[in-house]
Design a protein around this ligand. Structure first.
Ligand code: F6P
Length: 350
């Protein structure tokens, strides 16, 4: 009997999703399995919205960003009494032998629970520009986002220099500073603010002032959207929490730019890069990385090894339990921050 496999992409899109579907589809097709795509993340399984990917010509799709299946942040555990049975019914109706979930923390967290509590035959593929998933060195989409941010900061240099300004660039990543840290270091930013360390304006301004006194006309500050900003010992960031108990994020660059200008009298502007960081084509690395992860997920399905996720460990594509991937959020370690001490602020507070 033909093996029937469902696939969906959940959460915020990330460059490389189509390549992951492509890697999965090509490997399954070679094994004679049938692939069915569910639309808009978990929503497609909750409301049974699907289409056959059987004769899809994946080859040309892997170069594009976005996702051919659509995505959403829906999650069966928002209203589990209603939505979990719906997902299970959809799987049964389509006589699926396996489901492949391509997503981040939220999507794979639900995948793990459905595997654990309902024996759903599911495997995961890690995607998120935030790179905050445990048990994998990287997620695809991350390096594409880093490239966008690095290029933006490189380009901002000329206008910052012309006008003698500080440019504060706000980067995505939610509660992890990976994008900001990698892009900030790559672009030679004079300040890098990440959620993993409290940012004290006194220390940042002292540092900028020193640079100015030594002849700098301009400076770039990379600020992660989840950074907590302090001044005179007081937290200036929002203390509001969302429905998951997390601090509300965003508005960091504007706040920092305003305070730099007020404290130093150095003209400052801010820029929120926003969804541009998820837009455009995946880098060559992300295309190949996602293809390999998709192909590994197909292998897990064909071997009947469910509850696992394809991952990268020390440059190799391996399998890890879904449970390990969603156990905790992967944030930047102190060791990493210390290594780049010259960029991360403040080191040791004001
Ligand atoms: O998790 C990916 C991400 O792009 C975060 O970096 C960002 O905070 C969030 O999604 C934005 O979500 P939305 O697309 O719902 O505005």
């Amino acid at each position: 009997m033909t093996c029937r496999v469902g696939v969906f992409t959940g959460g915020g899109d990330a460059p490389g999703l189509n390549a992951a579907i492509c890697g999965l589809g090509r490997r399954l097709a070679a094994a004679g399995a049938e692939l069915i795509g569910f639309e808009d993340g978990w929503r497609g399984l909750i409301h049974d919205r699907s289409r056959s990917l059987q004769d899809a010509n994946f080859q040309h799709l892997l170069v594009y960003g976005g996702t051919l299946l659509g995505s959403s942040g829906d999650n069966p555990y928002r209203d589990p009494a209603v939505n979990v049975p719906r997902v299970l019914a959809t799987v049964a109706r389509h006589r699926l032998d396996a489901v492949v979930a391509i997503g981040g923390e939220g999507t794979l967290g639900a995948a793990h629970r459905l595997f654990r509590d309902h024996a759903l035959p599911i495997v995961g593929v890690p995607k998120t520009i935030d790179n905050d998933l445990e048990a994998t060195d990287f997620t695809f989409g991350f390096f594409s986002a880093v490239e966008v941010v690095t290029r933006a900061m490189d380009d901002l240099r000329s206008t910052a220099e012309s006008h003698g300004r500080v440019m504060v660039v706000e980067c995505m990543g939610r509660h992890a500073g990976w994008i900001t840290a990698y892009a900030g270091v790559a672009a030679g930013a004079e300040g890098v603010l990440v959620p993993e360390r409290e940012a004290h304006l006194e220390a940042l301004c002292e540092r900028l002032q020193r640079l100015r006194q030594s002849g700098a006309r301009s400076a770039i500050v990379a600020a992660a959207e989840g950074t907590r900003i302090f001044e005179d010992g007081k937290c200036l960031s929002s203390t509001e929490r969302d429905e998951f108990g997390e601090y509300r994020i965003g508005g960091v660059a504007e706040l920092v730019a305003r305070r730099i200008q007020a404290r130093l009298g150095w003209e400052a502007r801010h820029l929120v890069l926003g969804h541009l960081q998820r837009a455009g084509r995946p880098t060559a690395f992300d295309r190949i990385f996602a293809l390999r992860l998709g192909a590994r997920a197909a292998r897990l399905v064909l071997e009947g090894r469910f509850g696992y996720m394809a991952a990268m460990r020390a440059g190799e594509i391996v399998d890890v339990p879904l449970e390990a991937a969603v156990a905790a959020r992967k944030v930047i370690s102190d060791q990493f921050l210390d290594r780049y001490e010259a960029f991360f602020l403040p080191v040791g507070g004001p």
